[in-house]
Design a protein around this ligand. Structure first.
Ligand code: SAH
Length: 377
């Protein structure tokens, strides 16, 4: 019998690579961002390097922000030069828009030239990153700027993790929370999203409970996410208190009735032990009346959940209106009186651009019309 290895200090470069989570999807490496210590170790060994270089590479990618293997000064010079063209998987900052409340919206340019939006939202205690999971989105929700632009492609795990590293470096402080509420429908890109969640947790060091995946609902995908047994928060974009109303703003709702969606959410709570958040974008006169609040409360009665009310951010393509602050407050109070836990999402960064997806759209069309944008780059 081989003796058990002597336990080594965490800083020991000869320490064995940490075992990856049992259900962490395996990654094609490179690009290197999004890879675990074990995957990086396998890769350096394939390149004829000693195993401990995997751990060094991991540290340089996730803690030092290396953008090229050439930057990694602890590696032998000759190897660094041979490997200079290996893609680490970092994007370029194409544009920054800084809001008065210090929220920063970034347009990031990917290796194929595609542009995505990422947002850094600071408070005294937290730094939250709103990440995109796709370039564009195929769901076409009527009030969503991204949906109006159509779908281009899924993001890779590297491209999702890169967004968080970019905001962390830009703000010079650790990211505490990540919400998958940028461009795209995360559950249509489940493998990359689950891989990114694992990497953000194990490689970047963010607690799973500080990660939120937001979905409008894709048949079969909430159970598929639940099977991964993550401790992330699931946020479901409800936006309506009944099926026919939901179909008017969310075309995909026709193929996924509210009853089936809510059954899947109940099963998710059962399987993961995590509460579900329901997002409800308030559209004046469309879904924000007393009747809607009462109907919503009826729909969610007895459900272990929390309702997050999002006052609509106007987009140019449609003429929905944002309800007044008083109306939003009344809707909230009515829900609470009916026993439903709820809150109003504070709108951040409204002066940097109107809504999610809007910055990218305006920038792709008229590059110089940035009257309400503070360009730093
Ligand atoms: N595809 C995911 C993530 C979308 S963005 C989902 O549908 O959940 C995150 C949230 O912002 C969603 O609830 C989305 O419906 C909402 N949203 C989109 N456009 C909006 C707008 N103009 N005003 C307010 N909320 C909006």
């Amino acid at each position: 019998m081989t003796p058990a290895p002597v336990s080594s200090r965490p800083s020991d470069p000869a320490a064995p690579a940490a075992a990856p989570s049992p259900n962490r999807p395996s990654l094609a490496v490179p690009p290197l961002v999004g890879a675990s210590i074990a995957e990086l170790t396998d890769w350096v060994k394939e390149q004829g390097q000693p195993a401990y270089r995997g751990k060094q590479l991991h540290q340089w990618i996730y803690q030092q922000g290396a953008r090229s293997l050439e930057d990694i000064s602890v590696f032998p010079k000759a190897w660094r030069q041979t490997m200079a063209a290996v893609p680490v998987g970092r994007s370029q900052i194409h544009y920054r828009a800084v809001a008065r409340d210090k929220t920063v919206k970034y347009l990031l340019k990917l290796s194929d030239g595609q542009i995505i939006e990422t947002v850094g939202i600071p408070t005294a205690k937290r730094l939250t990153v709103c990440v995109s999971s796709q370039v564009g989105c195929p769901m076409a929700c009527d009030f969503c700027a991204t949906g109006k632009g159509g779908f281009v492609r899924n993001l890779t795990r590297a491209e999702i993790v890169d967004q968080v590293l970019t905001v962390q470096e830009e703000f010079g402080r650790r990211v505490s929370n990540v919400v998958f509420m940028g461009m795209g429908e995360p559950l249509l890109n489940l493998d990359a999203v689950v891989g990114a969640v694992r990497s953000l947790n194990e490689d970047v060091g963010i607690g799973q409970r500080n990660l939120t995946i937001s979905t409008v609902g894709v048949p079969g995908r909430i159970p598929a996410l639940a099977a991964h047994q993550l401790q992330v928060t699931l946020a479901v974009s409800l936006h309506a208190s009944n099926q026919s109303l939901r179909e008017t703003t969310i075309p995909s709702a026709k193929h996924y009735p509210l009853t089936a969606l809510l059954d899947d959410c109940r099963a998710y709570v059962q399987e993961t032990g995590r509460r579900v958040t329901f997002e409800y974008t308030l559209l004046a006169q469309v879904n924000d009346t007393e009747t809607h609040a009462a109907e919503l409360a009826g729909l969610l009665r007895g459900f272990q959940s929390h309702v997050n009310l999002i006052p609509y951010n106007p987009i140019s393509e449609v003429d929905y209106r944002r309800p007044s602050g008083d109306r939003a407050q009344d809707f909230l109070e009515q829900l609470e009186e009916l026993g439903i836990a709820a809150s109003i999402r504070q709108t951040r960064g409204l002066d940097a651009d109107a809504a999610c997806g809007q910055l990218r759209a305006s920038h792709l069309e008229v590059d110089s019309d940035s009257s309400n944008l503070a360009a730093v780059d």
